[in-house]
Design a protein around this ligand. Structure first.
Ligand code: SAH
Length: 216
């Protein structure tokens, strides 16, 4: 994502701890309590400007949603949306996905969405890819027994890399793959990047990975 530095982004985020949780470590194991119910919790990693989560939260009032984004200049756009249209089942966290295991307890999360992650094409930057082998055990740790990771991308090398990475991992198995120009099912929510890429006529790759239960 092209980053334009937004003035006062950090300050706006700090002034809204109701929507952007300031010390997510302190909520570990307490997210249901924070939302005030026992609804399942889903996470979008790299939530960008929050369009997907706003729509998901509106359509799924019985699901709690959390978005993690590492850049304040991007997250502030998501926060602005939530301030205008407060939704009780949506919270944001300004942090690096590498720390998810510090923020969430084992079994605390039901689904993880990774939508249009930066592909980091250079091999020496592969460690930043969100489906890198270093991330997968952390996702496994916070997911429940029936947990799933959903990946969407327009970038075939990133898709291929993710399939290989998940295939090699003891933590997940790939349970569904699709390629399409549009998924029309009810309840399907497009992301900001997805809308843009579909308009350009690009194919989009989908992958579902399920927690490997047979793991010793
Ligand atoms: N999911 C959105 C945005 C995709 S762009 C959409 O589909 O429209 C990818 C986003 O992931 C960017 O905003 C980037 O800053 C964020 N990101 C990349 N690596 C991250 C990491 N390690 N932790 C948190 N966010 C990350």
């Amino acid at each position: 994502m092209r980053l334009r530095k937004v003035k006062h982004a950090g300050e706006t985020i700090r002034n809204n701890p109701k929507y952007v949780i300031a010390y997510p470590e302190s909520k570990k194991g307490l997210w249901n309590k924070t939302f005030g119910n026992n609804n399942p919790i889903s996470l979008e990693i790299g939530c960008g400007k929050g369009l997907f989560l706003m729509e998901m939260a509106r359509k799924n009032p019985d699901v709690s949603l959390i978005g993690i984004e590492k850049f304040d200049s991007v997250l502030v756009r998501a926060l602005e949306k939530l301030i205008i249209d407060p939704l009780p089942n949506l919270l944001f966290v300004l942090a690096d996905a590498a720390d998810v295991d510090l923020f969430f307890d084992s079994d605390e999360i039901k689904h993880i969405y990774i939508n249009f992650p930066d592909p980091w094409p250079k091999t020496r930057k592969a460690k930043y890819r969100l489906t890198n082998e270093a991330f997968l055990p952390k996702y496994r740790q916070i997911l429940s027994e029936n947990g799933k990771v959903y990946l969407r991308t327009d970038n075939f090398p990133m898709f291929e890399y993710s399939m290989m990475s998940i295939n090699r991992s003891d933590d997940f198995s790939i349970t569904d793959i699709a390629l399409g120009k549009g998924i029309e099912s009810d309840g399907y929510v497009e992301t900001e990047f997805e809308i843009k890429y579909r308009k350009m006529g690009l194919p989009i790759f989908y992958l579902e990975a399920s927690v490997e239960r047979s793991r010793k």
